[in-house]
Design a binder for this molecule. Structure first.
Ligand code: NIG
Ligand code: FE
Length: 413
């Protein structure tokens, strides 16, 4: 099945030869072709170029994209889409003056979500999560990472990961699974993070590996959650099982999470709201992708990741949603890109590079996703008629998307 798209006002993020990631000053460069065509065969991009060079093609379907811009679909490398219920009561409590920390210390927060999830059947968890997955696909996301971490018992963690596996089987969107057993310390461990890490290493991790339920390992390395030493032990154990680290660090405090991530060759270190100069230094000469989650900063009113400092140090940066019930109840990558421009002073070009090719890198998908390249997946956003690519983050309250294609098929609303 061949689909030909013609008269594209601008085809954005075109990479003749794919790059792994884009860093530093290069992040401002977003290659594009004006007045372009794009040819898809089944699930793949097979050709593109200037309209004036359009070869004779016998296409099964032709789409006229006059006035519209096409870009690769968003690559959201950090989410917690699988969860049970919601936490809008905590949102209201915060409006009334309680802090995120106080709520967590009183049994709210992650433990509140874990309790709900433990009481929810696998079927219901699947139903609740699939609605959110469908929503993000309609919003232009074509690849997504999903974490466990609201189970915190052997059974509930496996339940979450099986739901992720089922989503992977039933939807065209590319899904990567991450085991986040060390997300919070269950009450019965009496704040003893080390004892809980022992339990994760000895009891849950081997099962996750045996059933091949996750490719990545995550840990919430943070004051009051898991220490650098806990993180080090967990990542050492995970390596034996073949899991690659992608970790939560420097959200509220800088305790050396970036360094332990780099030491273990983490694919990404995520959050980074609180960054010391030495944390930025630690990322230089590493292959670890820094990931910013601006909607979390927005929702919790905490600092934004210093993207300018990171980029100006020559580093790459990726953008993701962090979609979860506590700190970011939104999976809208369009909003992420806007917020990065408005609050983190990233240019639209930098933000789009961060939300496509660098997001793909942070999921180990850079060879198949994140750019318009022959042989890559036909995962595309076709915008409405808009004046320029900068209009996307600028018109932050509008839905600027006309059509989303995932593996060559239109995602229906
Ligand atoms: O990435 N920081 C840790 N985990 C989530 C939030 C968890 C929650 O509040 O449910 C995050 O922000
Ligand atoms: Fe998160």
């Amino acid at each position: 099945m061949k689909t030909l798209i013609i008269n594209i006002k601008e085809l954005v993020q075109v990479r003749e030869t794919s790059v792994d990631k884009v860093s530093g000053a290069n992040m401002k460069i977003l290659p594009s072709i004006k007045n372009a065509f794009l040819l898809i065969e089944d699930d793949l991009i097979i050709d593109f170029g200037l309209m004036e060079n359009l070869p004779k093609i016998n296409a099964d379907k032709t789409i006229d994209a006059s006035g519209k811009i096409i870009l690769p679909s968003w690559c959201d490398s950090h989410t917690h889409i699988v969860y049970a219920g919601n936490r809008e009561q905590e949102f209201v409590a915060r409006i009334n003056g309680a802090s995120y920390e106080e709520i967590a210390n009183n049994g709210g927060g992650i433990l509140n979500s874990a309790k709900k999830l433990q009481e929810t059947s696998e079927d219901s968890l699947y139903q609740q999560s699939s609605k959110r997955l469908e929503e993000v696909m309609q919003l232009g996301t074509g690849a997504v990472e999903i974490k466990s971490g609201y189970g915190l018992t052997l059974d509930a963690e496996l339940k979450m990961l099986r739901v992720i596996k089922k989503l992977k089987e039933n939807y065209p969107i590319e899904i990567k699974a991450t085991f986040l057993g060390a997300h919070a310390i269950p009450t019965e461990f009496n704040k003893d993070s080390s004892a809980y890490v022992d339990f994760v290493i000895e009891t849950i991790l081997p099962k996750v590996a045996e059933e091949n339920l996750a490719e990545f390992i995550d840990v919430f390395c943070e004051t009051g959650y898991f220490s650098v030493e806990d993180t080090d032990r967990l990542l050492t154990a995970a390596k034996i099982h073949g899991l690659t680290p992608k970790i939560h660090v420097n959200q509220f405090t800088a305790i050396g999470g970036v360094q332990v991530g780099v030491k273990h060759k983490a694919l990404s270190v995520d959050h980074l709201e609180v960054m010391r100069d030495e944390d930025i230094e630690a990322l230089k000469n590493s292959d670890t992708m820094p990931v910013a989650l601006p909607l979390c900063s927005h929702f919790l009113s905490i600092p934004y990741t210093p993207a300018r400092k990171i980029i100006d140090a020559g580093l790459p940066i990726a953008l993701a949603t962090d979609f979860n019930p506590g700190s970011t109840p939104s999976g809208n990558m369009n909003q992420v890109v806007s917020e990065a421009c408005i609050k983190m002073k990233m240019t639209p070009e930098e933000a789009i590079n961060a939300a496509t090719i660098n997001g793909a890198y942070a999921m180990n998908l850079q060879n198949t996703h994140g750019s318009i390249t022959k042989g890559k997946k036909a995962n595309l956003i076709i915008t409405k008629e808009i004046p320029s690519i900068g209009f996307l983050p600028y018109a932050f309250g509008s839905n600027n998307i006309d059509t989303v294609l995932i593996i060559g098929k239109v995602v229906t609303q």
